[in-house]
Design a protein around this ligand. Structure first.
Ligand SMILES: Cc1cc2nc3c(=O)[nH]c(=O)nc-3n(C[C@H](O)[C@H](O)[C@H](O)COP(=O)(O)OP(=O)(O)OC[C@H]3O[C@@H](n4cnc5c(N)ncnc54)[C@H](O)[C@@H]3O)c2cc1C
Ligand code: FES
Ligand code: FES
Length: 1400
């Protein structure tokens, strides 16, 4: 390895000698899962995650590399010699430098249990259905494990909070929370799930061991508060005795891995390591640190590495000399002084929280205002894993304008001690001989991420003052997502009042309003000396603040109007909060009482502990396997880290790594590509581009309009131009950055609106026409028109796309492991790219860490690129995309626009609808025609429209190629329709629920694509849900809540859905299977579907076991591969269990038939004996199966024939609560009911329903995909693309399957229905509940109120129809509310002003 670090100057050498006498060691020592590890001179650039995965501990996953997903969570234990306590912390291994763990004990998922002997945490998550694709699961298990290590009997609240740094894209979180809450000291019975029968035994935590008892006057319960027997909650349990019962292990905290005693006694040594690019020092006291900083003034201090790690990985900043400060005790101390608290600057944020809590007890209540404000913001600061390592110093010195701490320090006269070593005191440990200066925080930041810190200085201490009597401090933060998200705007506001409530001192500090945290000094000046509580003062204060906090429309960060609204809104809240504290505001507006003012204006929206109820059907009589709620077949392997995902496959001989060369231009001619510098690097093996393709460069799933490597022109940022292949990932990624591409820029288009303007469409326009539109509009009583805009959605599967391509020496054969939903398409494209036949390529898929449509076709470009390299080099090549690459390259859900005109009759009947749907396909057509087909066929949602025309256009733009995503265009079509229904109802002045009921389809009616609706259960299901959700009563409750609240509103919405099952391309509706019986009675099943978390293999096992009448554990599915089952369709369209299930059943029936004579002949024989008997009789024990969906076949030209085999349908009712001043909301309750036929596995289907719903909630609330105007994707990771987290799900989540239905026409396997995609759209019930609340907000005519008081501008827009684009982000919500603050804060766009970011 080349050592690029050299000690350059003689002076430096001299100095180093002086420091070296302190014995810097180059040996790293730590414990890993109980075993001691010693490493000589490890590379400082290696992360802990890279190290543990490199030694085969692949249970810990890489999901993002930026601390934002929690997939890499491990436990790090250390011994605090000061308190003599062991500190157990969950930590993101992706950000933790390997070199920082000296003296620690690292525990990974492998260290806590295995599938044969799982830890109770692992067992409960697995058996209670908390793992689907499983990629997030080890990280989630480790977060829970870390909590239990610190607190074996946590409260339910602590359990919910322990997951704030973890994400899961599959489950919808409810089952994970249920499993985790079995450890709670106050746990309720979790047996809302049918899985757990009355013999369940969940150690002492299970209330009454969940034994159902009749409640009588004698009932005493088990002594717990809220015991299930006393509260009667047990009545809610749905217990079916025929389901498997699990004896779950008791949790015994004394059985955990102990902290290695040798580490307790170990005296830390100073360390230094020299790597390829970085030199690392770890001093063990302040003197050493200051000496090092004097010798290396440019050295980067590293503490939690949560900022430095991001800078080096994503911003590619280089810090050749790094000094780790985590072992310098002086920087981690704290002291309660007379006037305030002094902390060492590098105390971890978690420790800081504890110290502040202690401070709140130590000082008098009035002195703790500042501490409470910091605590308030730390609660929403990142997730646990980050807070466990990140430090105040790291936050302060970074100087981010959206830091959550800096505004508080700014507002509260906090002082920083900056320290450097005195040049005369190199060997002197005497504190007196250091240079120290104590400066007020407001002098510290000098510009965007700039501070006054001198080169040799460090931040040593922070003095946080106590507050005085009559001094009040509050901190506020608004982000897109409440948990683990950076602020859009934050504020720390402080005021000191005299006895007459005159302002004596004030400080209004804000983050997110400029390039630095700042104070609104003019506003402060204005309010000083004035009376708190005087309404006029408040209004002028708001005006002055807005005057001062100016932002341009195009200001960096965007959202100018929203940010200004937030700043003013925080002041408004602060004013009323303090007013309430000092006894003002016994009423506001002479109507509301003070407690309402307090709650509305002073509290943030808090959520209750989540709870869920699931009620579902039972298996049909006589079925032994099908219909049972068996846990996901791989769940235990997933939760123990044993399940192998693509990048967990051990290295194969001669393996190299590939890195993609990506276009940086949205549209340009490629003038030249120069890879010479990259190729000159040691360890680089080749560069490949279009000219190196042996076969066909063009490909595409429907139209061949893409190139594997761009040859002459690029059409989007992120398009693949070439491939660098090198020895390692690091070398390949470094080398690819050295390839120089010269472009000639060409005009480009990013948005749907631009595409319409420039008529940039793909050629395949479609339309469906039914009835007579002219008649409908001529006869209309009302005609309305409008448009609906919907944003894109990133799949955010936790496992990014990955491939391993292995060339075989013989016959140009290729073995390909790909994270694809589409092995056959992969095989065919690779063969074409190489110019060989498909029979030479085998594509294998073990499992995916989530797919959701994103790996249906967009997995192919990566594999195709790798195969070209492998062809030339004749060596295996692997690549797993980094999260930012994946998001940039692989396409998303299509953004859409619907423009509509609707004809209505007086009595609320839809007479006709003329609808144009535009979808942003991006640069290539991919699956866009099929996606548009589905949008068009679902644009009726559940409403009968006699005369309807829907036309579709696919916009050709210069963004990544958008693709399949759960729902496949259906949700966009239905969203447009639901927007129409809502807007029409508002325009006609009738309730949307009435309008909906008038127009719902009835059995026997035909859709606009002329499909007869049979087995149509929506009308009954709708009424049933209305009743069970208490809809009408709650409507009244919501209305009365809204009447008595001004700044908080609730919203309630009812949304139905129907989803057509079948691929719209007829030929794809087929499947094959191959089943082998072995002589020992074991069964190997192969089928065409890919397991990506949806539980397909589990259902297939159940079908096979049922058909063959064998125990489940005798059947195995190894993988999906093109050499066992050929010509498979992509695992998509929610039909995989239908078609593959039938194909497997078909094969099993053949085998069962062949075995029948033996079963009859030896009736008591085991399956093994029967198989053996048949084998000796020379019976063929292998069979293939086949299935093609009957009856379907639609003609677009004639608008006739059956489009879908059947429909899955359902409805949801959601209630939300909204803070009008911030746009923040919480989901109070969702009741959701789905008609899924007779489920093959209810637990798995409930998991799909809950997971799909939550993904839908993300789609229409916080998931916002945004581009810079130069075509670069802005939202490239969990840092700025937010998917729902644990605390974004409904607080009360009630899921049921529709019971008691008859299915005379349903001919699917065991009368089950596809369920993967259909529930997603029901997430929009949250969107429409938000819309309902906004409407209620607007009805309180703020502008008129304030006009009458003489403030602010006009009262227009209040009565306008609420037209809310999706997603309903806090920004959109806030700005849609329209009130005097948002109007005053509004920033108009100047001519030629470009937005900072935009929705494509
Ligand atoms: C997933 C994630 C979520 C986050 N969420 C938030 C959030 O909600 N709110 C928020 O404000 N920030 C957030 N951050 C940003 C970051 O975590 C914080 O700024 C954190 O406080 C940095 O601390 P650290 O110890 O990890 O700093 P490091 O990365 O170790 O260092 C950061 C900078 O501080 C310098 N430094 C460290 N100690 C000293 C010292 N004693 N003297 C001089 N210089 C020093 C380093 O040289 C470096 O320049 C988040 C980051 C991530 C990755
Ligand atoms: S991989 Fe570490 S947090 Fe995502
Ligand atoms: S199970 Fe959580 S991401 Fe798939």
């Amino acid at each position: 390895m080349v050592n690029e670090i050299s000690l350059n100057s003689a002076k430096e050498l001299e100095e180093i000698k002086e420091i070296n006498h302190k014995n810097f060691s180059n040996k790293l020592e730590f414990y890993l899962n109980g075993t001691c590890v010693e490493l000589e001179n490890p590379d400082p650039d290696t992360t802990l995650l890279q190290y543990i995965r490199s030694i085969g501990l692949t249970g810990t996953k890489l999901g993002c590399a930026e601390g934002g997903c929690g997939a890499c969570t491990v436990l790090i234990s250390s011994y605090d010699s000061t308190t003599q306590r062991i500190v157990n912390s969950s930590v993101n291994a992706c950000l933790a430098p390997l070199c920082s763990i000296d003296g620690r004990h690292v525990i990974t998922i492998e260290g806590i249990g295995s599938s044969h002997n799982p830890h109770p945490v692992q067992e409960r998550i697995a058996l209670l259905h908390g793992s689907q694709c499983g990629f997030c699961t080890p990280g989630i298990a480790m977060s829970l494990y870390a909590l239990l290590r610190n607190n074996p009997e946590p409260s339910e609240k602590e359990i919910e909070e322990c997951f704030d740094g973890n994400l899961c894209r599959c489950t919808g979180y409810r089952p994970i929370l249920d499993a985790a809450k079995t450890f709670a000291s106050t746990s309720k019975p979790i047996s809302r799930d049918n899985q757990i029968g009355d013999e369940k035994h969940i150690d002492s935590n299970g209330c009454c061991d969940n034994k159902k008892q009749e409640k009588t006057s004698q009932t005493k319960g088990c002594g717990r508060e809220n015991c299930c027997q006393l509260s009667g909650k047990v009545e809610e349990l749905v217990i079916f005795d025929e389901f498997p019962k699990y004896k779950l292990k008791r949790y015994d905290s004394s059985q955990e891995l102990i902290f290695p005693p040798s580490l307790m006694k170990r005296v830390p040594k100073p360390l230094s390591f020299i790597g390829r690019k970085t030199k690392w020092f770890r001093p063990i006291n302040l003197d050493q640190l200051l000496d090092l900083k004097r010798v290396y003034p440019n050295a980067k201090l590293v503490s939690g590495n949560t900022e430095v790690g991001i800078e080096t990985k994503f911003k590619k900043l280089k810090y050749p000399i790094q000094i780790y400060v985590g072992e310098v005790k002086a920087l981690q101390s704290w002291e309660f002084g007379d006037f305030g608290l002094t902390i060492g600057a590098n105390i971890t944020l978690s420790k800081f929280q504890q110290v502040l809590q202690d401070a709140c007890k130590h000082y008098k209540p009035h002195q703790t205002q500042v501490f409470q404000a910091i605590l308030n913001n730390l609660r929403w600061f990142a997730g646990n894993q980050i807070r466990n390592v990140a430090t105040p110093a790291g936050n302060i010195v970074t100087g981010s304008p959206i830091s959550d701490l800096n505004p508080i320090f700014l507002a509260t006269n906090t002082f920083f001690t900056l320290t450097s070593s005195s040049p005369t005191t190199i060997n002197d440990s005497d504190n007196e001989n250091k240079n120290r200066r104590m400066i007020p925080s407001e002098e510290f930041w000098t510009g965007y991420r700039k501070t006054i810190l001198a080169e040799q200085e460090i931040l040593e201490k922070i003095f946080v003052p106590c507050s005085n009597e009559n001094e009040f401090v509050r901190a506020y933060k608004q982000a897109k997502r409440r948990d683990d998200d950076i602020a859009i705007v934050n504020a720390a506001l402080r005021v000191a009042l005299d006895k007459d409530h005159l302002v004596q001192d004030v400080c209004l500090a804000f983050g997110g309003m400029s390039g630095v945290s700042l104070r609104a000094t003019q506003a402060e000046g204005f309010v000083k000396g004035r009376k708190w509580g005087d309404e006029k003062v408040l209004q002028e204060l708001l005006e002055t603040t807005l005057q001062e906090l100016q932002l341009n429309f195009s200001a960096p960060g965007g959202m100018a109007s929203y940010r200004r609204s937030l700043a003013a809104g925080f002041i408004y809240k602060f004013w009323h909060d303090i007013g309430t504290r000092i006894g003002l505001y016994t009423s506001e507006n002479n109507s509301n009482n003070s407690s309402i003012i307090k709650e509305e204006l002073t509290e943030i929206i808090e959520r209750e502990i989540s709870q869920g109820v699931q009620s579902f059907g039972r298996p049909e009589d006589g079925k032994n396997h099908v219909g049972k709620s068996i846990p996901h077949a791989s769940a235990l392997k997933q939760v123990t880290g044993e399940a192998v995902y693509l990048d967990d496959i051990p290295k194969v001989h001669g393996e190299l790594y590939g890195a993609l060369l990506l276009s940086q231009e949205p549209h340009a001619k490629i003038l030249s590509i120069d890879a010479s510098e990259a190729l000159a690097q040691l360890g680089v093996h080749g560069f490949f581009s279009a000219k190196d393709i042996p076969g066909e460069n063009k490909w595409g799933p429907i139209f061949h309009d893409e190139e594997v490597f761009a040859s002459t022109e690029v059409y989007c940022v992120g398009q693949i131009i070439g491939l660098i292949v090198a020895d390692t990932q690091t070398l390949a990624q470094e080398a690819v950055r050295l390839v120089k591409v010269k472009y000639e820029r060409l005009p480009y288009i990013l948005t749907i609106e631009e595409a319409i303007d420039k008529q940039s469409f793909f050629p395949n326009e479609r339309q469906i026409v039914r009835g007579d539109l002219d008649y409908a509009f001529n006869e209309a009583d009302y005609i309305f028109e409008g448009s609906s805009r919907i944003g894109g959605q990133e799949h955010f599967y936790l496992e990014t796309q990955a491939s391993l391509v292995i060339p075989k020496p013989e016959d140009h054969e290729f073995e390909v492991h790909a994270s694809t939903q589409n092995p056959t398409e992969t095989q065919i494209v690779l063969a074409s790219v190489l110019g060989i036949r498909a029979n030479k390529v085998v594509c294998r898929v073990k499992r995916l860490g989530g797919g959701f449509g994103g790996k249906e076709t967009r997995s192919i470009p990566l594999t195709a690129a790798l195969v070209v390299g492998a062809w030339h080099l004749k060596r295996p090549i692997r690549c797993m995309l980094d999260r930012d690459e994946d998001m940039m390259i692989t396409g998303q859900r299509h953004p859409a626009l619907g423009r509509w005109r609707i004809s209505m009759s007086k009595d609320g009947k839809i007479k006709g609808l003329d609808l144009d749907i535009y979808m942003n396909a991006g640069w290539s057509s991919d699956l866009s025609t099929a996606v548009l087909d589905r949008a068009m066929t679902h644009a009726d949602n559940c409403y009968y429209i006699a005369n309807m025309r829907v036309r579709g256009k696919i916009c050709k733009t210069n963004i990544h190629s958008n693709t399949a995503f759960r729902g496949f265009g259906g949700p966009q079509g239905m969203m447009i329709m639901e927007n129409i229904i809502n807007e029409v109802a508002d325009s006609m002045g009738i309730s949307v629920d009435t309008l909906r009921e008038i127009n719902l389809y009835k059995e026997g009616q035909k859709t606009h694509f002329n499909q007869l609706l049979i087995d149509w259960h929506i009308p009954q299901l709708y009424q049933q849900l209305k009743k069970t959700s208490d809809f009408e009563k709650r409507r009244n409750q919501v209305d009365s809540y809204n009447a008595s609240h001004k700044w908080r509103k609730r919203g309630l919405a009812f949304v139905p859905t129907k989803f057509g099952l079948s691929y719209t391309a007829l030929h794809l509706n087929q499947a094959g299977a191959l089943v082998h019986l072995y002589q020992d009675g074991s069964v190997l099943v192969s089928h065409g579907g890919v397991e990506m978390g949806q539980g397909l293999h589990t259902k297939i096992l159940q079908i096979a076991a049922e058909t063959l009448s064998v125990p489940l554990d005798q059947i195995h599915i190894m993988e999906t591969s093109t050499n066992t089952v050929a010509n498979t369709s992509a695992t998509a369209a929610s039909v995989s269990s239908d078609i593959n299930g039938y194909a497997v059943a078909n094969a099993c029936q053949k085998l069962a038939e062949r075995l029948r004579p033996y079963r009859e002949k030896i009736p008591n024989a085991s399956f093994e004996e029967i198989c053996r008997a048949a084998y000796f009789d020379r019976v063929n024990l292998s069979a293939n199966g086949f299935y093609k969906t009957p009856d379907i076949g639609y003609s677009w030209e004639k608008n006739e024939g059956q489009m879908f085999y059947y429909f899955t349908m359902g409805a949801a009712v959601t209630e939300i609560e909204l803070d009008l001043l911030t746009g923040d909301h919480t989901i109070l309750r969702t009741d959701l009911c789905m008609d899924i036929g007779r489920s093959l596995n209810y637990a798995i289907d409930i998991g799909q329903i809950e997971g799909g719903f939550v993904q839908g909630v993300g789609w229409c609330t916080i998931e916002e995909s945004l581009f810079f105007p130069n075509g670069q994707l802005f939202t490239r990771g969990p840092g700025n693309y937010k998917i729902p987290g644990f605390r974004d799900i409904p607080q009360d989540f009630r899921v049921s399957t529709y019971q008691g239905a008859q299915y005379p026409h349903l001919k699917t396997i065991h009368s089950s229905k596809g369920v993967g995609e259909p529930p997603l759209f029901l997430g929009s019930s949250v969107f429409f509940a938000i819309r309902d609340a906004i409407k209620a907000g607007r009805q309180v005519n703020f502008s008129n109120y304030y006009l009458s008081h003489g403030y602010f501008a006009q009262a227009n827009s209040i009565n306008e129809i609420v037209r809310l684009s999706s997603p309903a982000t806090p920004e959109r919500i806030r700005m849609a509310c329209i009130d005097h603050i948002s109007k005053a804060a509004f920033v108009s766009r100047k001519e030629d002003e470009k937005p900072w970011i935009l929705m494509a």
